[in-house]
Ligand binder design. Structure first.
Ligand code: ADP
Length: 423
């Protein structure tokens, strides 16, 4: 199937988020982890390539985005989406602007839009200023981000130093007048040489207007939410036929394992709720692991009934995480856990687990890599932004869900299993 929309995301969980929102349409979406080494084959109507370029050097981010674009073009895509964080995470050097300009040059297009708004998650843009909940971006916790501290809330001022061509605004009052008015405003900007247009959006209805007005642009850029209306618009336009490949619903045997390396507040609640169900569980302690190695952990796993979906967790409260980090160092403690949970994923798969539930962004990266999963077909959503995905690993069909930090309800681990059981 020819790809209709080719998406490039600057990090892995952002790519999952976008893929999950596009899959709400029921149309098949595939997520590629990194630029595929093979030419396109069996592609989906919506393809998302996850890069890890948010804080990479500009040249590298641009080169990777170009390579991703080339692959998506070979897959047949003629429209493209550049996905970055809904808090516009970037530095004065980039990489949002430089990648957008490079993609525009490759596509021979004179204009694109910037819309990181995600009203469902409290990200709104008004008069070019980005809000996180009720706070301007620069007053939100993002002001202290270790890698991309956001010290200005105005997207035009944030974007201008990142690009070579003029930046402009299509404001909320224009968006409120509808898709035709917005299209006219964008055309007017184009006549005035404005290549980069920030577009205001404070509610989902605004995103529908924007997607409608911009759906034929070769390149749109933004957070995931503005892409959400695109599948329905493409269906209405006839670009996507009603018999387009549907979302994957493979029958996957119930043998499961739950691997949790996240220490977020919500994951702590999720682990506690799962322990309450009486499921078998093993707590990983980085200090013990540093002494004993992985063997006792793998031995425990080997003795488990995977029909009962055992939990292996390093999840701990902030005080004990701090104490461990003090002893081992932050990086070392993290690495021990990530490597151990990745080894558990492979061992569980080899022992027959076909449903793997993972909590933690970094943990998810380590597990997917160890499983050798490079293509994930997106399935049913378990919680907003967290779908089941299906991949091939070690010659088997595997269901994998990757939940970062604070996503999901307290019952996430049982919710995930129920979603597959009821399909
Ligand atoms: P989140 O999505 O919640 O940020 P991540 O997996 O991205 O979760 O990050 C959690 C990090 O904390 C990982 O590197 C993990 O290995 C590490 N970690 C997990 N448990 C512990 C622990 N008990 N002590 C110290 N570090 C831990």
């Amino acid at each position: 199937m020819t790809t209709i929309l080719g998406c490039i995301a600057d990090d892995f969980t952002g790519a999952t988020d976008l893929a999950g929102l596009l899959a709400r349409s029921g149309v098949r979406v595939s997520l590629r982890i990194g630029i595929p080494s093979e030419p396109p084959d069996e592609t989906s109507p919506f393809e998302v390539i996850a890069l890890k370029s948010r804080t990479a050097p500009v040249d590298q981010a641009v080169a990777e985005a170009r390579a991703a674009l080339a692959w998506l073009q070979r897959a047949g895509a003629q429209r493209f989406f550049w996905k970055y964080c809904s808090t516009f995470d970037s530095t004065p050097e980039g990489n949002i602007g430089p990648v957008a300009e490079a993609l525009m040059a490759e596509l021979g297009t004179e204009q694109t839009i910037y819309c990181p708004a995600f009203p469902e998650n409290g990200r709104a843009i008004f008069m070019g200023n980005l809000f996180v909940g009720q706070q301007p971006l620069a007053e939100s916790p993002m002001k202290d981000h270790p890698l991309t501290p956001m010290r200005d809330s105005n997207l035009l001022r944030l974007l201008a130093p990142q690009v070579t061509r003029p930046v402009g605004l299509a404001d909320r009052l224009t968006v409120d007048k509808g898709a035709d008015a917005l299209r006219n405003a964008l055309d007017e900007h184009a006549r005035n040489g404005i290549a980069h247009v920030v577009v205001d959006a404070v509610a989902d209805a605004d995103l529908s207007v924007i997607a409608k007005a911009c759906r034929h642009m070769p390149l749109m850029t933004g957070g995931s939410a503005v892409a959400m209306p695109l599948p329905a618009l493409y269906l209405a336009d006839g670009l996507l036929s009603a018999d387009a490949p549907r979302m994957a619903v493979p029958q996957i045997p119930p043998h499961s394992v739950v691997l949790s390396g996240s220490c977020s507040a919500m994951t702590n609640r999720q682990v506690a709720a799962y322990l309450d169900t009486g499921a078998p569980a093993y707590q990983l302690d980085p200090l013990t692991l540093a002494q004993t190695g992985q063997e006792p952990v793998l031995d425990w796993l080997a003795g488990q009934d995977l029909g009962r979906a055992p939990l292996m967790y390093a999840t701990a409260d902030p005080d004990s995480v701090r104490a461990t980090q003090k002893e081992l160092g932050v990086a070392k403690a993290g690495e021990i856990i990530e490597k151990t949970l990745a080894a558990c994923a492979v061992a569980a798969r080899d022992a027959g687990a076909r449903r793997i539930i993972v909590a933690g962004g970094e943990t998810s990266g380590a597990v997917t890599q160890a499983l050798g999963a490079d293509r994930l077909d997106i399935g049913a959503e378990i919680a907003p932004g967290v779908p089941w995905t299906f991949c091939r690993s070690g010659g088997h069909h595997i269901a994998l869900t990757l939940k970062s930090g604070n996503f999901g309800e307290a019952t996430f681990f049982t919710d995930a299993q129920e979603v597959l059981n009821t399909q």
